[in-house]
Ligand binder design. Sequence first.
Ligand SMILES: Cc1cc2nc3c(=O)[nH]c(=O)nc-3n(C[C@H](O)[C@H](O)[C@H](O)COP(=O)(O)OP(=O)(O)OC[C@H]3O[C@@H](n4cnc5c(N)ncnc54)[C@H](O)[C@@H]3O)c2cc1C
Length: 506
Amino acid sequence: MTATRITPGLAGAPTDVDLVVIGLGITGTGVALDAVSRGLSVLAVDAHDLAFGTSRWSSKLVHGGLRYLAKFQFSVAHESAVERGIIMERTAPHLTHAMPMLLPQTSGRVHTAITGYGMVAGDLLKRSARTPSGVLPRPRRLSAAEILQLAPALRRGGLRSGYLSWDGQLEDDARLVTNVARTAAELGAHVRTRARVLSASGTEVELRDELTGETRTVRTRSVINAAGVWAGSLVPGVDLRPSRGTHLVLRQESIPGLQVAVACPIPGTSNRYVMVLPQPDGTLYVGLTDEAVDGDIPDVPEPSEPEIGFLLDVVSAAFSHQLHRNDVVGAYAGLRPLLHSNEGSTADLSRKHAVLTSETGVVTVVGGKLTTYRRMAEDAVDAAVARAGLQAGPCRTHDLPLLGAAPRAVLAELEDPARLVRRFGTDAALVLDSAREVSGLSDEELLAPIADGVPATLAELIFGVTHEGAADVDDLLDRRTRIGLVPADRALAVPAAERALRIAMS
Ligand SMILES: Cc1cc2nc3c(=O)[nH]c(=O)nc-3n(C[C@H](O)[C@H](O)[C@H](O)COP(=O)(O)OP(=O)(O)OC[C@H]3O[C@@H](n4cnc5c(N)ncnc54)[C@H](O)[C@@H]3O)c2cc1C
């Protein structure tokens, strides 16, 4: 059964389109959705898989841009806050929720007052973006006793008070990418994984099918290069300065009783933090670092031991017991596709996105962040349409819910299995129905955790193959689900992934 237009390789792919999109991270899938919803014919490709690059290594936040205000980047901050509101209210309420974040205050009154002003500024930003308090509550000051109720393992010495603020958290970043890709495919975009772009001009793209080795040329009226940190290898004049950000994965038990995210101050800095982020699957992410990267860009960046040690030290200083290397059950690193500038460290480089057009007419969109993917896509498609003189409607994506999206009140009433609702919204029933249809298995078997301590289900793995273009065990465990973030869990889950592939492909 093939219910998907997301497929690996190039067999049957169109050879003449309005737009070729290079890269299926959040930017490229966002571009594909934007373009196809304006009526353009689209072929969107990735050399590997959906969400193979940076988009799966984020902190999984849709954030309001408070950190940019601190650097006086008002337009970047406002844009972030507006896009956060669009994602949380309209396009993807099913994949997002409000995340409470604690900022414990242990330093003097001046610092506490500055943090207080920051909270007010964050709230103004939210209001200027018209995000209601029902979606993201207002920040408030807490006493030390209230703080310890939410985070009992915090170090008590010197704890005076703190603030509780709210930001957006994603169910998972790769899930958002997959959801955007599936929505684009549903509207008619051809979405192909394992299809590498070897070269591109504004009117022609040379592609290699990574399954067969066959190469072919596709004629097109426009090209958008959304290849993230690899964008500069396809088009001259795109000067990137990647920086690596590393996260640790801990089990919940490593920081007992934690009910909220915590910002742990980095000693010796005034406004930099390491965040501890509780995840919907019961793990904690700890991040992140910011290290300039020189030389070749790896397919899968690796965290370094000094980064792991640094993150453990900062968090240990904030909590009442020392974390150790064996608390770390997983670690991952991603490369930020930052544009080169003459600023000092990569932490100071602007997170604003850029749309650049090459001499041959390839439009490149880089920089930015996951939160602003929709706006990045809109700007890139506007540029491509104008340059090639394409007949296209206006951008529709600010009011285009992704597949499975619905108002929170509707989601709360759904009676489908809670895990599926959390990951697929109103499509939870479709996930289960289609898994039933292809497998003939009972609901008990389709909905049971696939291994001890691994809550993913066979139903979603089968759906990953039938509807989301997963082609092998890695696609299922590392991108359609994120079991692979904990290698010990991944090893336990391999038999279930193999079984899902056998069932769905038979
Ligand atoms: C550690 C870290 C944490 C972050 N946290 C957040 C966060 O919490 N919130 C937020 O809003 N932002 C966050 N960001 C920023 C955000 O993750 C990135 O800006 C975003 O994911 C970049 O997406 P992209 O689609 O542009 O690139 P990518 O996701 O890297 O996609 C590029 C794709 O292009 C493909 N490709 C490359 N070359 C070719 C080729 N020749 N042919 C075909 N395909 C090709 C790759 O395989 C890849 O899949 C974070 C970034 C990092 C590094």
